[in-house]
Design a binder for this molecule. Structure first.
Ligand SMILES: [Mg+2]
Length: 320
């Protein structure tokens, strides 16, 4: 699949539970076994990855890997924008939404095996949310309160279901407010309780399901809603994931191809990919085909009940 077998790895030693030295050795061992020349750079907090990536390309590295969580991936993506090389995600963080969304294995060896077989490189759209690359979704209102109330520990233990536990609490005290949306040069004032922006879904393997999100459709979907109870919220989330339009409590729905800014009359917390990122205003820029990502071949995935069971058991038993 790759003619030059040179891999440069940016490894975040602080991510996840596996010791960095052990992880590093696993990666190097794989390289020795499979004839790949691998160079590993352990990252430090606040480090600028751009010069590191540029130097690596000048030394002949054309394939890069980010070993860490979503934060590490986001920073590596930023640096790779300038060199346009494919990225392998080696998920070692606690959330790993980027990886989960594309069925990227959490086992290091299986993940590295994608460099030699049963994989493809696909372009993936990303969102630049208040200056940082995000893959799945962002929003203010109900959805950001949900993220606010759901602790890291709950997410680690219960995965996606952790959010369901906090739905009632997040719906309480949510009042409709005035949102000011600027979509490209068009301004709209809309009264609602929640603004949800979906690029790829929730990290539940959405690209592969029947109503899949196209990972490179060049747009994000924006839903302004007034969820009033548990079941309406579900409907909204389901539609956001499947890309379906209008339901009774969806106030409006837009597709954004360039940029959207969201302001609110009351200051509201904002979230992106499940992480609280401060308060409104929120600016989201669509970056089409921002990333060339190495992902498993669809045909190689067993999408029957087995894989669903496996997915959930993995989520519960091995959250990292
Ligand atoms: Mg999209």
């Amino acid at each position: 699949m790759f003619s030059e077998k040179n891999l440069f790895v940016l490894l975040n030693p602080k991510a996840g539970l596996t010791k960095a030295d052990i992880l590093e050795q696993k990666i190097l061992d794989w390289g020795n076994t499979n004839g790949w020349n691998i160079s590993i750079h352990q990252t430090s907090i606040g480090e600028n990855f751009s010069p590191i990536v540029k130097k690596a390309t000048s030394e002949g590295f054309q394939v890069f890997a980010a070993a860490g969580g979503d934060g590490t991936v986001s920073e590596v993506v930023t640096a790779l924008r300038e060199v346009n090389c494919p990225l392998l995600i080696i998920p070692t963080g606690s959330g790993n939404l980027f990886a989960r969304n594309f069925y990227i294995p959490t086992d290091v060896q299986r993940c590295l095996n994608m460099l030699k077989q049963n994989s493809q490189v696909i372009p993936v759209d990303l969102m630049l949310v208040n200056g940082r690359y995000r893959m799945l979704n962002a929003g203010v209102g109900f959805n950001s309160r949900l993220m606010q109330f759901t602790t890291r520990e709950e997410k680690r233990r219960f995965g996606f279901f952790a959010y369901l536990k906090n739905v009632g609490r997040s719906l309480r005290d949510i009042l409709a407010t005035d949102f000011y949306l600027t979509i490209d040069d068009d301004q709209k004032q809309i009264r609602g309780a929640d603004v949800f922006i979906a690029n790829l879904g929730f990290g539940l393997h959405s690209w592969i399901e029947e109503n899949e999100f196209n990972p490179n459709d060049g747009m994000v979907s924006v839903f302004v809603t007034r969820p009033s109870n548990f079941s309406s919220l579900f409907q909204i989330l389901k539609n956001a994931i499947s890309g379906k339009k209008q339901e009774s409590e969806v106030v409006c729905h837009f597709n954004v191809y360039n940029k959207i800014t969201i302001q609110s009359k009351r200051r509201l917390p904002a979230q992106a990919d499940g992480e609280l990122i401060g308060e409104t205003p929120l600016t989201i820029q669509v970056i089409p085909s921002a990333l060339n990502l190495i992902v498993p071949l669809k045909s190689d995935l067993n999408l029957g009940l087995d894989s669903i069971n496996k997915y959930f058991s993995e989520m519960f038993n091995h959250p990292d």
